[in-house]
Design a protein around this ligand. Sequence first.
Ligand SMILES: [Zn+2]
Length: 374
Amino acid sequence: MITRNELRELASHILKESFYVSLYLDVDPKTNPKGKWLLNFKNMAKEISGGLNAEDRAQVQPDIDRIEKFLTDRPDGMQRGLAVFSSQASNFWRHYNTALPFSNQLIIEHDPYIKPLAAIADLYQHYLVIVVRGTRARILLAEMGQIEETSIVINVRPETDPARDGSTGDMGEARLQRQKKEAQKKLYKELRSVIEKMQREEGIKRILLGGTESGRGRFKDSLSDALKEHIVGEFAVEYNASPSEILKICMPIMNGVEYRFERKALDELFNQGGGGDGSVLGLSDVLDALQQGNVRKLYVMSNMTTPGMVCRNCGALTMVRDKPCPYCGGEMRMINYMLDLAIQKAIDQGARIDMLEEAPRLVEAGGIGALLRY
Ligand SMILES: [Zn+2]
């Protein structure tokens, strides 16, 4: 899983003089019989090297070689997608395994190309999965295609009163019920503090609740309305189900939730004036807002690329222009992946990113829009 911290760290590598080689590979065994991905990489490397001048080629060759060696040695933990970033000149090397495949891309720019990773980090929100039964609970973390059991297991034992042990009849039964209720109350309290901690420290806002219908219902009754809102889905499951069984049940629920959030995000963007107060559409206005540090949330089509310019002196981003930087008079440099740079700048400013797959209105507006801070 890629954390927001790692993404922020990648986004901070911006506008160096040296080159960064970014590789995205589909390494899904199903679409890559006999490790075809290695051949795919070699072909891309050959093609991209052929398009460079001799000086640039000499600069990136050590990175290409390092990546090729890395792939040939078959990296550990490979799943279906692999992202690698290398810049020997900047002493920089990172790689990430993902549960979903990327489309094959090899990109040479002056910073890491992070858009596909940002899309994954954002599309594949982390979910807190709670399975509750009686006076016990298991807690798991899930995202699209991946699940991990956390070390947190809460098991509250009903307290028994030794002096009255062995008592029978209605009195004993009533006491047992009371003790069980007390234990459940304790369990729910501990669960609430786990949820609050996960929200605070990991930014996880989406909760899936599993167990029997009555068990889920009792737990939900103990939650405030604010916490209840974070439960975005429920499912029936055996308490001792394996993580992969739980994931199988959760996948379609997570798909539906993400789709709903995407629709909601677009409504937000287009209904906040559609270019009036509160939001802007199109690259030019978004870049202005970024320059002013005024972007609260950025919306980008995940499958579009647009060229633009970046100032060599102050780092300002602008549309393609033949004049010097409008902010400092510095010399401008052409950039092929402008939306990616806009994402990096937005992450740097602490903005949220929403990558969208299907949004014809946003495509019409140039594939990019933003909600503003003020
Ligand atoms: Zn400038």
